[in-house]
Design a protein around this ligand. Structure first.
Ligand code: PEP
Length: 254
C-alpha cells in the first residue's frame, strides 16, 4: 500500500470478554498476526483484562489500548480510571468519545477535549471518535457535524499533539449494524476531516494525522476501504472479538 502514513487497526472489545476469554483471544491473535510489521495493531480490552492482556502481549507486535480515561489525574472520582493507572499496564492508546459514550454517558466535545489533553499529558495517544447519525446524514448535515466534533474534541492540542493523535471516523448508523459506509462515503468524510485539520493546523500536520474508518468493518470490505487515499486504518468492534476475523481484516488491508 503506497501511503506515507502507517495503517493503524484497532480492536474495540467494548464490554465483552472476561479475563480468561481475553487471554484466549490474545493467544489466537498472536498466532495469526505474528510477523506483521506493516500495520500498527492495537487491541482495547475492558479495563478488567488490561493487566493480564498486557503480560500476554509483551513479546508480540500487538499494542494495548483502553476504551476510555478520566480527564482528571487523581482523586474523588468514583468509578473513573486515571492515565497513571493505564500506564501501569503499558497502555499506549486510549479511545475517546466513542459514539456509545457520547450517547449513553452524554460525553460532550468539551469533555473529550479535556480527556485528549490528559491523554497527551501522559504521553499516550488518543483515538478520538467522530461521526454523524443517520438523521444527520439524511438532513445533509454530515460535514457540519464532523467539523463541530473535530474542532470541539481537538481544541487546544498543539501541532505535535495532533500529529500523535488518531481520529476515527465512525458513522453512527454503521456501528454494529452491518451497514458499512460505501468507500466513496468513507473517503469523502475522511478527506473532509483532513481539510478541517488543515484549517485548524496546517497542511503538513493534516497530512500526518491518521484517520481510521469504523463501522461494520469485516474481512470482506477491509481491502477496499483501506485502499482509499485518506483512510489510514480501522477501528473494529464486532469483528475484533474473534481472532480469525480481526486478523483477516489486518491481512487483507496490507
Ligand atoms: C465500534 O464500535 O467502534 C465499531 C466500529 O463497531 P462495529 O465494527 O461492530 O461496527
Amino acid at each position: 500500500m503506497n501511503k506515507d502514513r502507517k495503517l493503524i487497526i484497532a480492536g474495540n472489545w467494548k464490554m465483552n470478554k472476561t479475563v480468561a476469554e481475553s487471554l484466549d483471544l490474545v493467544r489466537g491473535l498472536k498466532i495469526e498476526l505474528a510477523n506483521i510489521k506493516e500495520v500498527d495493531i492495537v487491541i482495547c480490552p475492558p479495563f478488567t483484562a488490561l493487566s493480564e492482556v498486557s503480560k500476554a502481549i509483551l513479546d508480540s507486535n500487538i499494542r494495548l489500548g483502553a476504551q476510555n480515561m478520566s480527564e482528571h489525574n487523581v482523586g474523588a472520582y468514583t468509578g473513573e480510571i486515571a492515565a497513571v493507572m493505564l500506564k501501569e499496564f503499558s497502555v499506549r492508546y486510549v479511545i475517546l468519545g466513542h459514539s456509545e459514550r457520547r450517547q449513553y454517558q452524554k460525553e460532550s466535545n468539551e469533555l473529550i477535549a479535556k480527556k485528549a489533553a490528559a491523554v497527551h499529558a501522559a504521553s499516550l495517544k488518543p483515538i478520538v471518535c467522530v461521526g454523524e447519525t443517520l438523521a444527520e446524514r439524511e438532513a445533509g448535515k454530515t460535514n457540519q457535524v464532523l467539523e463541530t466534533q473535530v474542532r470541539g474534541s481537538l481544541v487546544g492540542l498543539s501541532k505535535d499533539q495532533i500529529t500523535e493523535s488518531i481520529i476515527a471516523y465512525e458513522p453512527v448508523w454503521a456501528i454494529g449494524t452491518g451497514k458499512t459506509a460505501t468507500t466513496e462515503q468513507a473517503q469523502e468524510a475522511h478527506a473532509f476531516i483532513r481539510r478541517v485539520l488543515v484549517s485548524m493546523f496546517d497542511e503538513t500536520v493534516a497530512r500526518r494525522v491518521r484517520i481510521q474508518y469504523g463501522g461494520s468493518v469485516k474481512p470482506s470490505n477491509a481491502r477496499e476501504l483501506m485502499s482509499q487515499p485518506d483512510v489510514d486504518g480501522a477501528l473494529v468492534g464486532g469483528a475484533s472479538l474473534e481472532a480469525r476475523s480481526f486478523a483477516d481484516i489486518i491481512k487483507n488491508s496490507i
